[in-house]
Design a protein around this ligand. Structure first.
Ligand SMILES: [Zn+2]
Length: 268
């Protein structure tokens, strides 16, 4: 990281300060520091060097790595970061066999704590069968990994459309003012596809204008707000009449509409 000051975007979410920075070709790295306890979590470990540069620049001591899923571009940096010492690697107990060695195994429905903050773990099968996301209701943040992106969702490498719709529907039930930190900068392509589905959605048109400007300036479209996804993301909107009508499935159930939207994106 040649100039950390220029590539780190800071977001304050309640007691958490969260640093966003690019890793690899299109991953996002995140570091979340709890002001009360001083604990610092990396969300996934896409690239050790970039994460270490950010830690050094910020003067933060890494204490945790929260893994969302086993793909190489999310776990590659784990061992290098673990070697810094006193770093606890957290991940899904159910997928432990495919993840780097876990120090803390978490399970959906069993709350975990990061400092004084309760963390709700959601199973979000679809992109992989063992994918989990981390929701912190206090600071209202969601680390969504490769389940939910800005105007997009993860490809179905392992799970079914029915499973992925269930995952997205659970996240859709969270409050609108939840800040979403997602795994990849795919926003330009996702926005382009979203316009195919809802060309007349005014909120979508406004959002496209905004993210186009952000990307043109070299900025990041992460994080986003869940309320904005609910109004503009065609995948999480598969339960709306507008999206069902657009894909010629008026009256169909949400998983069926979702499957068709996902199929169209895969074939675009
Ligand atoms: Zn992935």
């Amino acid at each position: 990281m040649a100039d950390a000051a220029e590539i780190i975007k800071m977001t304050a979410c309640g007691a958490l300060d969260i640093a966003t920075f690019p890793c690899r070709s299109d991953n996002y790295g995140y570091l979340a520091r709890d002001k009360d306890s001083g604990l610092v979590a990396a969300i996934d470990a896409p690239e050790a060097a970039q994460i270490e540069s950010a830690l050094d620049y910020l003067g933060w001591d890494l204490t945790h790595i929260l893994l969302t899923h086993h793909h190489g571009d999310h776990v590659e940096g784990v061992e290098k970061l673990r070697a810094r010492g006193n770093v606890k690697v957290v991940g899904a107990r159910a997928d432990a066999a495919r993840l780097p060695k876990l120090d803390i195994e978490v399970t959906a429905g069993q709350p975990w704590r990061f400092g004084d903050h309760s963390v709700d773990i959601f199973d979000t099968p679809g992109h992989t069968v063992g994918h989990i996301v981390y929701h912190m209701p206090g600071p209202k943040v969601l680390f969504s990994g490769d389940t939910l992106f800005a105007m997009g969702c993860g490809r179905l490498f392992e799970g079914t459309a029915l499973q992925m719709w269930g995952s997205l529907a659970a996240l859709k039930a969270l409050p609108d003012d939840t800040t979403v930190f997602f795994g990849h900068e795919y926003t330009a392509a996702n926005g382009d596809f979203s316009l195919d589905i809802e060309p007349d959605n005014p909120e979508l048109l406004a959002r496209i204008a905004e993210v186009t400007e952000t990307l043109k300036k070299g900025g990041y479209t992460a994080p986003s707000l869940l309320g904005v996804e609910k109004k503009t993301n065609p995948f999480i909107r598969a339960d709306t009449a507008a999206v069902a009508r657009s894909v010629g499935l008026v009256g169909a159930d949400a998983p069926t509409v979702f499957a068709e939207v996902r199929r169209r994106k895969d074939n675009k």
